[in-house]
Write a protein that binds this ligand. Structure first.
Ligand code: ZN
Length: 315
C-alpha cells in the first residue's frame, strides 16, 4: 500500500498535475503544456515523464505510490479506454493501460467531468456523500454522476452527459451534438446569452443589457451581473433558466436520488442567486422524496479534476 497518488487532469492546452497523500492532502500541484502535434502522441509520455521527475525530486519510490488517475476531455469507458478525444487529436487510445505501461504504476482513467464530480464528492462541496450529481455549467453543460462512491461511466462512456438531455421537444435550432433541445442549449454560458437575446428581441425593456446586446458584446456574465442587480429583463431570463435547469435536476434526482446536487463551472460563479433561481423550480418539479436534496455550489474550482483523478486509484 502506497501513501501517495497522482491526479492528472488533461485539458486542450495544459495538463494539471497533483501529488496527493491517500488521505486527500494535496502535496504538490503543477502544470505542463498539452502537446497536440502528431495526433497528441506526446500527451501520455509527457505525463509519465513529469510524474517520474516529481518522484525523483521528492525521493518517492515506486512502492510508495498507490497509482495515477487521469481525467480526459472525452468519453472514457469502464476499461479506461477512449474511443476518440477531439480536443486532444486522439482516436482510440487505451489510456489507463498505456499510462500504466509508461509509469509502472497502476492507472485509472475517466471522463474529466465525471472525475471532477468524484473530486467534489471526495473533498469538495459534497465531501463524504456516497452519491452525487454534478452539473458543470461552462461554455457547454457537462456533468458527472457518482453512485456508491463510484463514477457512472456508462456502457458507451456517455454516463453523466447531463447536458444532452432533451428539455425542449419544440426546439428547431441544433445543439453542438446534432440533436435539438438539449439542456446545454439553455443552461450553459452560451445558452444564457441565447435566452437573453430572445428576451431582448421579444421585449422593449430599456435596460443596460440592451446596450451590450446592440454592441454585440453581451456575455453570460453581463446577464448574471444584471440579474444580481434585479434588472427586470435579466430576472425574466434567469426565471426561464431556473425553470429549465430546476426541471432537469428534478428529473436526474428522480433517477439517481443523490445525497447532494453540485453546480460547478464558470456560470456557477454567479453564486447563491443562481442557486436560488434553480431551487425555486426544483421545488416545483421534484418528486416528493427528493425535495430536500441540497443543491450546492462546487468548492474545488479548477482543482476538482486532480482531486477526483487521484481518488480513482485509492482503494
Ligand atoms: Zn446536445
Amino acid at each position: 500500500m502506497g501513501n501517495y497518488c497522482f491526479g492528472i487532469d488533461v485539458g486542450g492546452t495544459t495538463v494539471k498535475c497533483g501529488l496527493f497523500m491517500t488521505d486527500g492532502t494535496l502535496v504538490d500541484k503543477w502544470e505542463i503544456p498539452t502537446r497536440l502535434e502528431n495526433e497528441g502522441s506526446s500527451v501520455l509520455p509527457d505525463i509519465a515523464e513529469t510524474i517520474k521527475a516529481k518522484m525523483d525530486e521528492l525521493g518517492i519510490d515506486q512502492d510508495s505510490v498507490e497509482g495515477v488517475g487521469i481525467g480526459i476531455p472525452g468519453p472514457v469507458n469502464e476499461k479506461g479506454e477512449v474511443p476518440v478525444a477531439v480536443n486532444l487529436h486522439w482516436g482510440f487510445k487505451a489510456v489507463a493501460s498505456e499510462l500504466s505501461a509508461l509509469t509502472g504504476l497502476r492507472a485509472e482513467a475517466g471522463n474529466d467531468a465525471n472525475v471532477a464530480a468524484l473530486g467534489e464528492a471526495w473533498k469538495g462541496a459534497a465531501a463524504g456523500a456516497r452519491s452525487v450529481v454534478l452539473l458543470t455549467l461552462g461554455t457547454g453543460v457537462g456533468g458527472g454522476i457518482i453512485i456508491d462512491g463510484k463514477i457512472v461511466a456508462g456502457a458507451h462512456g456517455a454516463g453523466g452527459e447531463v447536458g444532452h438531455a432533451c428539455v425542449n421537444h419544440e426546439e428547431e435550432i441544433a445543439c453542438n451534438c446534432g440533436n435539438r433541445g438539449c439542456l446545454e442549449q439553455y443552461c450553459s454560458a452560451t445558452g444564457i446569452v441565447w435566452l437573453a437575446r430572445e428576451e431582448l428581441t421579444a421585449s422593449e425593456d430599456e435596460t443596460p443589457l440592451r446596450e451590450v446586446f446592440k454592441a454585440g458584446t453581451m456575455e453570460a456574465k453581463d446577464v448574471l451581473d444584471a440579474y444580481k442587480e434585479n434588472d427586470p429583463l435579466a430576472c425574466r431570463v434567469m426565471e426561464k433558466f431556473g425553470d429549465i435547469l430546476g426541471g432537469a435536476i428534478a428529473t436526474y434526482c428522480a433517477v439517481v436520488d443523490p445525497e447532494t446536487v453540485v453546480l460547478g463551472g464558470g456560470v456557477s460563479k454567479a453564486g447563491q442567486p443562481l442557486v436560488d433561481s434553480v431551487e425555486k423550480y426544483f421545488q416545483k418539479y421534484a418528486f416528493t422524496p427528493c425535495k430536500n436534496t441540497p443543491i450546492v455550489l462546487a468548492t474545488l474550482g479548477n482543482n476538482a479534476g486532480i482531486y477526483g483523478a487521484a481518488r480513482m486509484v485509492i482503494k
